[in-house]
Design a protein around this ligand. Structure first.
Ligand SMILES: O=C(O)c1ccc2[nH]nc(Br)c2c1
Ligand SMILES: O=C(O)c1ccc2[nH]nc(Br)c2c1
Length: 158
């Protein structure tokens, strides 16, 4: 059974994330989306809210499991018995950092990292940029799933 981890903060999940997860779900028997618990970082949605959104928007794929983890990603992979990670690459600017992380993770644990080119339509998109636009009243409806859009507007209004 070929399984892979797709890590991130997903605060919240965007259409860019969903594109990567959906395409990855067609390549593996199971995709484990790993939501990072980072207590130092102030997040807009709680980890459990992010997990619920991810579960709702990935249900249709049928082979995506959403989990949370803290600490080292490679320790999570080891605990899950999963030998590889898939990450999206939006632009050359992502590559330097992601390459270093991939080399470090491999050196620490032998866990492999596979990179997938993001859909150019979303190459500018990140959760943080999305929240910034939404905070100032910008229309982000085409950048996140409808469910996430509703929750985002409600949360920012609150
Ligand atoms: O949500 C994040 O922080 C995040 C970061 C980096 C990422 N690369 N590929 C994906 Br999907 C992804 C998600
Ligand atoms: O949302 C982010 O912060 C983020 C970062 C880096 C990323 N690479 N590919 C994707 Br999809 C992606 C998303």
């Amino acid at each position: 059974m070929r399984r892979v981890v797709c890590p991130g903060s997903f605060d919240p999940v965007t259409n860019g994330h969903l594109d990567i997860i959906g395409r990855t779900s067609r390549l593996y028997d199971e995709v484990v989306v790993a939501v990072l618990i980072n207590v130092e970082k102030r997040s807009l949605f709680t980890v459990d809210e992010r997990i619920e959104m991810l579960q709702a928007v990935t249900k249709e794929y049928g082979n995506v499991r959403v989990e949370k983890f803290h600490g080292l990603l490679v320790d999570f992979c080891r605990q899950q018995g999963i030998p590889s990670i898939v990450k999206g690459l939006r632009a050359v600017s992502d590559f330097d950092y992601e390459l270093q992380m991939a080399q470090l993770n491999y050196r620490m644990s032998g866990v492999e990292t596979l990179f997938m080119s993001t859909n150019p339509e979303y190459s500018f998109l990140s959760s943080s940029r999305l929240k910034e636009i939404a905070r100032y009243g910008g229309d982000v409806s085409g950048l996140v799933p409808d469910l996430v859009h509703q929750l985002l507007v409600e949360r920012l209004r609150g």
